[in-house]
Design a protein around this ligand. Sequence first.
Ligand SMILES: Nc1ncnc2c1ncn2[C@@H]1O[C@H](COP(=O)(O)OP(=O)(O)OP(=O)(O)O)[C@@H](O)[C@H]1O
Length: 615
Amino acid sequence: MQGFTRSSDHTTQGDADFGTTTARQTATLLGLRAKPIRFLMHFAARHPVAHAGVLLSVLVAVLCSVLTQYGLKNVVDAVSHGHGPAALRGVWIAFGMLAVLIAADNLMWRVGGWIAAKLFVQVTGDVRRDLFNHLAGHSPSYFADRLPGTLAGRVTATSNAVFTTENTLAWNILPPVVAVIFSIALVTSVNPLMAFVMAAISAGLALIIFFLARKGGPLHRSYAGSAARVDGELVDVIGNIAVVRAFGATFRESKRIAETVGEEMSARHNSLKYLEKLRLLHAVITAMFSAGVMAWVVILWSQGKATPGDIVLVGSLCFTILHGTRDLAVALVDLTQHVARLEEATATLLLPHALPDAPQARPLLLTAGGVAFDDVRFAYPGRPEVLKGVSLAIQPGQRVGLVGSSGAGKSTILSLMQRFYDPSEGRILIDGQDISRVTQESLRQGMAVVPQDISLFHRTVLENIRYARPNATTAEVLHAAELARCRDFIEALPEGFETVVGDRGTKLSGGQRQRIAIARAILKNAPLLLLDEATSALDTESEQAIQSALDTLMEGRTVVAIAHRLSTLRNFDRIIVMANGDVVDDGSPTELANRAGPYRDLLARQNVIPMPRAA
Ligand SMILES: Nc1ncnc2c1ncn2[C@@H]1O[C@H](COP(=O)(O)OP(=O)(O)OP(=O)(O)O)[C@@H](O)[C@H]1O
């Protein structure tokens, strides 16, 4: 085919690379589904040096912080040696060591905090990017079955859960673990048996709390699920607020949201109540434990087996250990909540793609632009058959109009050509290549589509048109807008081509949106053109204007167009009439209009042309 040199311009290398990268990412991500810890490790492993930096700073900071208590014991023991010059020198040395430890303690926390501030944010960015890439590879049926708000909410929840988990591990789990172990080691210097008892009780306590916390997992998961449902419902209702108003359904919707929020609140309450019970259990045990240890060291002192400094050391280490195990228990409980959230979100998001590229998929080689349906059967998942053995051969450069009653299967034909679904039987060929064997990226790059339901991005008009070919110059975009007869109305907008079109293009009329979609298709300049009711929202005047633009656009391309208004198909080479998933008539418009059949009946119903005399 000639004239399509530009169509390969937008087959950007970036898109091709994106395809292979995401295929690899997808395979890796699917292996991490519902495995939150491995999911976390996968992303953490991308920044090994920075993670090692945070780990080391926290370790040194905690060691210094525990040693500070040993430094305090030295000061107390030195002070208790009296006021002589030698004793005083000892006091100052002990004080100097204490001051250095306090400074190092504070400094190392800040070093860790500084590295983590950048690192943890980077990790969440990686998570969001990879999850989006994976989501974008799903087939339309995946999105048809799910609320967009729920999906967006889950991506956010996953990256937030990763961020909170990393923070919890770095600041709430690692420090108390190291502090407790090191404190117990220091208590050994006073009394090994006391250290052993402390170790046994702390370990037992941490284990009990941890296992009880895990038992609460279903409560936390139920909360995570209901929170995601609230997000989804909110986005769905806000997105359809015009419909809500039109049907006076604000009260109904507010009641529905209140019910979903009520479920979320009750799930959250149950989850928090369980955590509070655990904290209470820990508080009781720690109070008894600290009283026992302090009494023990006082008895040792009364027997002359411990110095005053030892009382200070054991007292402060005892608090470090108790606070450490308490913080650890609370953090472990929080961690199980974050991990549950991560598990739930990855289980929902990391589903395999329904329509991956075939393993040996090659780019589509578009030479002439011929399309063939070879005995194609198709049913939407869980629905009755929509196409019942359709066979068609569309010649290169032919303009084919698809007509027929609503629900006949016309849009399904266009969806299958774009490989949004695979036929259950039969094949679809473009220039002799089975489209299930070519890369989806190359398939869609060979087609320009003007859909029935045009949604624009909440971006400027210029960006929306340029979406078809990101490297198009501004002059090319303006030219496409002119050919699509939309330049005048765009320039009349408050900021012309720089006007932001509103959510899904709501600040434009249906006809204006349609003309922008036509401008996009003109700019894309692809060999195959699919039009789904491309002129349905235009008034007669704009339709005439756009019809000539469409004629220019269709020149030399293979066109498959769905039209309810048959007048728009006058210049077409061929009309295919569909009914109940079958082709029931096929021929040139004149041929079909001149013989009795479903097309002539449709013409008569629409009064498009005077009913030709029956033979
Ligand atoms: N995503 C979907 N999931 C399930 N069923 C679907 C889906 N899309 C369409 N259908 C069903 O498939 C049948 C054919 O629909 P299709 O949209 O192809 O018809 P159509 O001829 O284009 O109709 P219209 O002229 O009203 O657009 C209909 O019964 C429809 O309800």
